[in-house]
Design a protein around this ligand. Structure first.
Ligand code: BEZ
Ligand code: FE
Length: 299
């Protein structure tokens, strides 16, 4: 073995990791080592700085559990979650694009009837979401499942309110015409959690920790690829500076303010002004229809 020096160590390590039998693991580890060594050579950390990084990673691990995932948040704020999303969802332009799931999806949301109110007294301005789920030819998809979740009108999710009760979330089904109606409150911008190790770093950067106003959707239909996405409110001031880089142009939608006296999508007369979001989702067909729409979302 050659003597280890600053010049030789990268090659020596890469050579040893050539022996890994699993080709994918070998590829991933050797690439990671090569990039990590290049990074360390570039920044030339002091030993104290390297220990600071190790301690930060340790804190990030300790703050992660089944309710909170600080590592995902770390991946989000450096754009890696969205890069992985983009690589894995190279869809034709007409298909509704995907974006990050985020940490607030749950697997046991209540199943609700068309038109149901997910806000149930939550603070915020009344808002209706309506639209359809369609295939690439524009035909309606009946019986698609729409799992919808959002923060309330004060920018808080149920988990942040310490509530075990589902709050601001529900699972809906599209009708025979592919259409759906949901009653809710207007989403508002909110900050990512800043009380953990990611917040520690972000608060030293001057980068906005805000997510623009949005509503999350997970849509599944037989014969189609699962769609995990958000719709963003067009006029939101944070639309161009989303801290997790989740905004794709086709996901920016108009929330229209309707005056009192307007007819709501539920066919009732609005007693006070309310917001209306109309959107048609387009799903990508899968080659092998029997493999479509697995029952649950990725964490
Ligand atoms: C969210 O939209 O719920 C979210 C996504 C990424 C990080 C934090 C929050
Ligand atoms: Fe969110």
């Amino acid at each position: 073995m050659p003597y280890v020096t600053e010049m030789t160590i990268t090659d020596i390590v890469l050579e040893r990791w050539m022996a890994v039998p699993d080709p994918r693991l070998r590829q991933i580890m050797r690439s990671m080592i090569a990039h990590l060594h290049a990074f360390v050579r570039e920044i030339e950390p002091t030993e104290e700085e390297w220990m600071t990084a190790i301690e930060w990673l340790t804190r990030t691990g300790k703050q992660s559990n089944d309710k909170r995932q600080e590592f995902i948040l770390a991946s989000d704020v450096v754009g890696v979650s969205m890069l992985v999303d983009c690589i894995n969802h190279r869809l034709p332009g007409e298909v509704t694009p995907t974006t990050v799931t985020g940490p607030f999806h749950v697997h046991d949301s209540p199943e609700l009837a068309d038109g149901a109110d997910i806000a149930r007294g939550a603070p915020g301005e009344p808002c209706y979401i309506t639209g359809s789920v369609r295939n690439l030819s524009g035909a309606p998809i009946a019986g698609a499942t729409l799992d919808i979740w959002q923060a309330d009108g004060e920018g808080l999710y149920d988990a942040q309110r310490g509530s075990d009760d589902p709050w601001m979330r529900g699972i809906f089904k599209s009708g025979d015409d592919g259409r759906f109606v949901v009653q809710t409150v207007l989403p508002v911008p909110y900050s990512i959690p800043m009380d953990g190790s990611v917040g520690e770093v972000m608060s030293r950067t001057g980068i906005s920790p805000m997510r623009p106003s949005h509503i999350h959707f997970l849509i599944e239909a037989h014969g189609h690829r699962r769609l995990i996405t958000h719709l963003f409110k067009r006029s939101c001031p944070y639309i161009e500076t989303d801290v997790v880089y989740g905004v794709k142009a086709p996901l920016i939608a108009e929330f229209k303010l309707m005056p009192a006296g307007s007819t709501t999508p539920k066919g009732k007369i609005a007693e006070r002004p309310c917001w209306l979001l109309e959107y048609d989702f387009v799903l990508q067909p899968v080659e092998n229809a029997s493999a479509a729409a697995p029952a649950s979302a990725a964490a």
